[in-house]
Design a protein around this ligand. Structure first.
Ligand code: SF4
Ligand code: MSK
Length: 615
């Protein structure tokens, strides 16, 4: 195996495929990152601005060249504006996903999207009560109106502890309508509007809170209503879940609206017959990234891997169709799929890709479209070249699907046993570890080592997104992983039969972590910032992660980032995020690429909080 492959990933299946890709002369994200070197220093520092056509402008970080853009914007202003635009983009991605789910919920309520139905009626009724409405259509309308709400905070904000709500009010960052906050970010960063870095960052917090306690939370809640609230389920992860003798259909992206239907269509007897007529043993659906997490936790559909494995899956030569919706889908996939027989199928009118066949998916005709898409994958099976098929025989068992409701159930109906374990010190604290892969960090190295360190020191880990999949592949989501935990955490996990790392879902499901944190804080009579808890995103890359980071610290959770955000061009903004925020929000960011040191930072913080609580 080439040293290169080992340097690029710690995951043996990915190493195997990287070595194959290199032998075959296939280009991957790692190669493209190398070709981008050196990356633009102004960009890395956040010091370039092209918000108007007097620019583009850039500030010389060494103080020798220009210190102001043509309009007079300083490094502080440019860095803060760029940060705000990233938050707006990330919040928009999560929230537009939520809008699609809310739209389907409305269509289902009106009897217009017959492919879908209500799966968790009890949750829907709880939501109706929370919104104070009497019927399903009224609930759909109330939720849809959250996006454009002009005045007053969005509903789910009231799920936060009273102290936090009060703080947001005092700071003027209680989020109003989700669309309104995002539009305001774009307005304020237009040339000649908001030029006060602190004011810009406060708006960033407000928009991000509209994501975490709004868009993301709406997506999670309504997906549970429509597709079911996850319960613990066993499944498998990694490229070894692809099957040589079956039609392999990989669903990639973020929205379960599509992947749910693909799963249903692939188990249609007519489709299975068709697959068998084409010479396959059957149909194997596998997930990728977060849409994969959605069907993994609800249906136990195996996941082929996380973000950096999307190209490696195609390079197995065994993927007959890769079906994509929105977010985290590399535009490189089309060209790579063209080197194989793989059909790349785009489905969202919002997301088209070079080299893809577009089969547009609409809610009203969801099942029929899903059948056509699955059929296209089946009919492509015969085009597979068996001599080019190479599936690594590597996969791991994982226990997934820990919604807040499930965790409470596993604890016997209340949070008391968890609180007792935290108070006694058996559980030292809670670590929320989330986020993407980024080829700037050895694939999965940050995720897996950080999580291993935390559980070793009795920190219970909750995880979502690509971290969850990294942990699954590293066998940390199995009850047997309790043996890797410190004695206190091990004892609790063994007694409950759960892993020390709890899979809570996809990226939008970080909202589940917010709900859990609020419930624990309420039970202890404190704010979220007082909890012995810390967050981390060891390999983050997307703008969604910027929004997540902002709402997580805005909600009071100290967070360690593994890749450096583009803010170092302004020492004032960097200081505000890493120090100043602590005085105001009770939480701040730290940046630490070394996962072992990052774990120490989180544990130090957890211990400090324990001391303050007298634990
Ligand atoms: Fe340059 Fe100011 Fe225009 Fe940005 S807004 S491109 S700093 S002139
Ligand atoms: S898929 S946003 S790479 S976690 Fe949610 Fe993974 Fe990050 Fe996409």
């Amino acid at each position: 195996m080439s040293k290169n492959a080992r340097d690029r990933s710690i995951d043996p299946a990915s190493q195997e495929m990287l070595a194959l890709a290199s032998r075959a002369g296939l280009e991957t994200a790692w190669d493209r990152l190398e070709k981008q070197q050196p990356q633009c220093g102004f960009g890395e520092l956040g010091l370039c601005c092209r918000n108007c056509n007097m620019g583009p402008c850039r500030i010389d970080p060494f103080g020798e060249g220009p210190q102001r853009g043509v309009c007079g914007a300083t490094a502080e202003i440019i860095v803060a504006r760029n940060l705000l635009r990233s938050i707006a983009a990330g919040a928009a991605a999560h929230s537009d996903h939520a809008r699609d789910v809310a739209h389907i919920f409305k269509l289902v309520s009106q009897g217009k999207a017959t492919s879908y139905s209500i799966t968790d009626k009890a949750k829907m009724e709880r939501l109706m009560k929370e919104y104070g409405v009497a019927d399903q259509i009224a609930l759909a309308e109330a939720i849809l109106s959250e996006f454009g709400k002009q005045d007053g905070p969005i509903k789910f904000v009231s799920r936060a502890p009273a102290k936090r709500l009060d703080l947001w009010k005092r700071l003027g960052i209680e989020p109003r309508g989700i669309d309104r906050e995002i539009v305001e970010c774009m307005h304020r960063t237009h040339m000649g509007v908001d030029n006060d870095p602190l004011n810009l960052i406060l708006q960033g917090l407000r928009a991000s809170l509209a994501d975490g306690w709004g868009g993301s939370m709406i997506a999670t809640e309504l997906q549970d209503v429509l597709f079911g609230t996850p319960v613990p389920t066993f499944s498998e992860t990694n490229l070894g879940v692809l099957e040589k003798e079956k039609v392999n259909i990989v669903v990639h992206g973020h929205e379960p609206i599509l992947s749910q239907m693909i799963v249903a269509a692939a188990s249609d007897p007519e489709m299975i017959d068709l697959a068998q007529n084409q010479g396959a043993e059957g149909i194997n659906v596998a997930g990728m990234c977060c849409t994969g997490n959605e069907i993994l936790m609800r249906h136990g559909v195996p996941s082929a891997g996380n973000f950096l494995q999307q190209e490696l899956a195609v390079a197995t030569g065994a993927v007959d169709a890769m079906i994509v919706d929105v977010q985290c889908v590399m535009p490189a996939l089309g060209a790579l799929a063209g080197c194989y027989h793989t059909k790349l199928i785009s489905t969202s009118p919002k997301a088209k890709f070079p080299g893809a066949t577009h089969m547009e998916f609409h809610e009203e005709t969801a099942y029929d479209t899903a059948r056509s898409i699955v059929r296209a994958g089946i009919l492509n099976f015969k085009n597979r070249n068996p001599s080019r098929v190479h599936i690594p025989e590597i996969k791991s068992k994982a226990m997934v699907g820990f919604s807040v409701e499930t965790i409470v159930d596993a604890l016997g109906g209340s949070l008391d046993p968890l609180l007792g374990a935290i108070k006694s010190g058996a559980i030292r604290g809670i670590g929320a570890v989330v986020g993407c892969n980024n080829p700037k960090i050895q694939h999965d190295f940050g995720h897996v080592n950080l999580v291993r360190e935390l559980i070793k020191k009795n920190v219970l880990v909750v995880t979502t997104g690509c971290n969850a999949l990294a942990c699954a592949k590293a066998e940390l989501l199995q009850p047997e992983a309790a043996d890797l935990a410190g004695d206190g955490l091990k004892g609790i996990c063994k007694a409950l039969g759960i892993p020390p790392v709890l899979h809570m879902g996809s990226c939008v499901d970080i909202s589940r972590i917010l709900v859990a944190a609020a419930a624990i804080a309420d039970a202890l009579g404190v704010d979220i910032s007082d909890l012995p808890a810390a967050g981390a995103a060891p390999e983050w890359m997307s703008e969604k992660a910027v929004s997540i980071g902002a709402y997580v610290i805005g909600s009071g959770v100290f967070t360690v980032l593994g890749t450096v955000p583009p803010v170092l061009g302004s020492p004032a903004v960097a200081a505000l995020l890493t120090e100043g925020a602590k005085d105001v929000l009770g939480a701040s960011f730290a940046v630490e690429p070394d996962p072992f040191k990052a774990a120490s930072l989180m544990i130090e913080h957890i211990d400090e909080q324990r001391k303050k609580l007298g634990l």
